[in-house]
Design a protein around this ligand. Sequence first.
Ligand SMILES: Nc1ncnc2c1ncn2[C@@H]1O[C@H](COP(=O)(O)OP(=O)(O)O)[C@@H](O)[C@H]1O
Ligand SMILES: [Mg+2]
Length: 393
Amino acid sequence: MATYPTTLMLLGSGELGKEIVIAAKRLGCKVIACDRYANAPAMQIADKAEVFDMTNSAELKKAILHHQPDLVIPEIEALAVEALAELESQGITIIPTARATAVTMNRDQIRNLAANTLGVQTARFAYASNAAELQNAAIPLGWPVIVKPVMSSSGKGQSLVKTPEGLPEAWNKAIKGSRGKSKQVIVEEFIDFDFEITLLTIRQKNGDTIFCKPIGHQQVQGDYQCSWQPAKIDLKQLKKAQEMARHITNNLGGRGLFGVEFFIRGEEVIFSELSPRPHDTGLVTIMSQNLNEFELHLRAILGIPIPEITTVQASASRVILATHNYSSVAYEGIEKALSEANTKVLIFGKPNAKPGRRMGVALAQGENIEEAQNKADKAAAAIQIKENNLSTN
Ligand SMILES: Nc1ncnc2c1ncn2[C@@H]1O[C@H](COP(=O)(O)OP(=O)(O)O)[C@@H](O)[C@H]1O
Ligand SMILES: [Mg+2]
């Protein structure tokens, strides 16, 4: 039997981290929330906050060793993964494993593992480390292709390229959008999918791997705009996706919730990528499930039973994006957004805004997916983001 409080160290304090802290606090845990800037969403709820560069090995090790947490929970990709591996070898538990955080931080590593080592179907792909290599790598894939930095997230540096003439610009965009100093890009066959899903997959401490109902989502330039659950999918395809998700997450090991992304095209189920942690499209589970993805992550990590996951008939999410730069933010329209039954708005509490930054999300339930989507869209549209002139911070 575990004894509480358990001390958790959360690496990344964005909107997903904030929900992890809420779930952790409800279980009586103590949380130290870390990020590169102060007053990040999760820090507003955590017991303690640490502000430092989590991509710096020495700083990351120092912070973890100082707090001696029972568990280290990465919430973002960009971490000094070599420091996590070193600490894991000294007996510190990294969720799900240090190797999983390292493999999924780089698109090439997870893609090589899935496609080459595990034989899982993916889009055809190649790598390039300069503009000339990109030209050669793209040609055999056919047109269009998708170019992405090997290290990036939320669609940063991603381009859809329709002809060879578009490659130099895609190269420049990828290098500009690349995290850190990496100069490697992946070029992928464009999959003209019917729809895409996230399959939330839970590896438990004591128990089988279990799945949430599939989540459908839409992305614009590689960034999540809306999601819904359950996504309509053929049972045979769902079983196939579950089998693929189980295969990959078994290899990554550890415990916790994973967001496994697939493209569905005709009869094909094509693996795209995965997060070894709650997924942004899974925010909808706050509205749709008896246990949301953050609660499930914690239960899996802490060895708390998950007797049953129930899902309501239809739910949807729609992101609330900033359109301007504001050094301090205020919101209007929350009353209007929440005037419909079974609608929620999550304001993340980010201290400032810049165009395209995700500031919140609207969630709604409906009789069917279309109604849920309409309600979520309306609620999101009702929220206005303004400069907060009264703020002193
Ligand atoms: N090969 C592809 N074919 C078609 N669409 C793609 C392909 N790769 C990415 N996309 C689109 O871009 C989105 C983001 O790409 P993804 O690889 O998941 O990057 P990120 O790590 O930024 O989420 C996907 O959810 C999908 O909508
Ligand atoms: Mg993705």
